[in-house]
Design a protein around this ligand. Structure first.
Ligand code: NAD
Length: 278
């Protein structure tokens, strides 16, 4: 039986630690959460983020804007929130409608309030090993491994996916933790062979159950970032869990693995933002 990396328990532990820190140090923080339009999946994510704020004892301010909000209106709101001392972190739920340039939005958020870690300054800090806000999903994966006793140093790490929010920051974090890192993507040749070298394999490919045992070295640690809803209503990841579970040494389940960590790390960033303002 592999070690099941329990993101639910670990994320709850992180949130409980934050709750204690917020209460003991009387930390005042408010996360501004902006949603443009009413995509149902985004509404669920936004709701979960607000619930997490409440759980750890910080405020959240909700801005639910209509689908037809212009880019200028959204930029103006971000400017106002950047100036507002009562707001410690700003999050714009992505994706935004197509008529809005998400890069402009991300770049407008003050780097001091960039709790998603998507601003180019935050990414630059991560790249050169300076302290700053780190994208929540990859930061959560590092924390999952740390708290599960899985060391990264010297390990052959393979990341499948090179998106700005998961694949690239994941690779940088593994490197910062002294892993030997390979990044694979849609143009990679010999994907299976490269994945089979991995001591730690991170799948952020966005394709349900694509990664089966043919991609896995015996005893590998497998981190599954994917989230997909199957026809039967159940969730699955990018990894075919049943197919690989007898050859891996440790694996994150879907649900209950990486998913809950993303919000826990967002809360870590919110508390960090609030402390920085003090
Ligand atoms: P994305 O679509 O932006 O990126 C997918 C990456 O996979 C791309 O870089 C692409 O080059 C690569 N890719 C696609 N097909 C490939 C193939 N056949 N072979 C090799 N590489 C291939 O996705 P993303 O935003 O990085 O998210 C990846 C997955 O993680 C999705 O399933 C998403 O839903 C999930 N996700 C989960 C969380 C969470 O909190 N658990 C957070 C973010 C994303």
């Amino acid at each position: 039986m592999p070690q099941i990396i329990d993101g639910k328990t670990i994320s709850t532990a992180i949130k409980d630690e934050l709750k204690k820190e917020v209460a003991e140090n009387n930390i005042k923080a408010t996360l501004a959460v902006i949603q443009v339009g009413n995509d149902p999946a985004s509404s669920v994510y936004v709701g979960n983020k607000k619930k997490a704020c409440e759980y750890i004892g910080i405020g959240s301010a909700s801005y639910e804007l209509p689908e037809e909000t212009t880019e200028d209106e959204l930029l103006k709101l971000i400017d106002d929130l950047n100036e507002d001392d009562s707001i410690s972190g700003i999050l714009v739920q992505l994706p935004v409608p197509k008529h809005i340039d998400d890069r402009k939005i991300i770049e407008r958020i003050s780097p001091l309030k960039d709790v998603d870690g998507f601003h180019p300054e935050s990414v630059g800090n991560l790249c050169i090993g300076r302290d700053g806000f780190v994208s929540c999903t990859p930061a959560g994966i590092i924390e999952l491994m740390r708290r599960s006793g899985i060391s990264i140093e010297g390990k052959e790490c393979v990341v499948i996916g090179r998106s700005n929010i998961v694949g690239k920051p994941m690779a940088l974090l593994l490197l910062a933790n002294n892993g030997t890192v390979t990044v694979c993507h849609s143009r990679t040749r010999n994907l299976k062979e490269i994945c089979k070298r991995a001591d730690i394999l991170v799948a952020a490919v966005g394709k349900p159950k694509m990664i089966n045992r043919d991609y896995i070295k015996e005893g590998a640690v497998v981190i599954d970032v994917g989230i997909h809803r199957m026809d039967n209503g159940k969730l699955c990841g990018d990894v075919d869990y049943e197919d690989v579970s007898d050859i891996v040494s440790a694996i994150t389940p879907v649900p209950g693995g990486v998913g809950p960590m993303t919000i826990a790390m967002l809360m870590v960033n919110c508390v960090k933002a609030a402390k920085q303002v003090k």
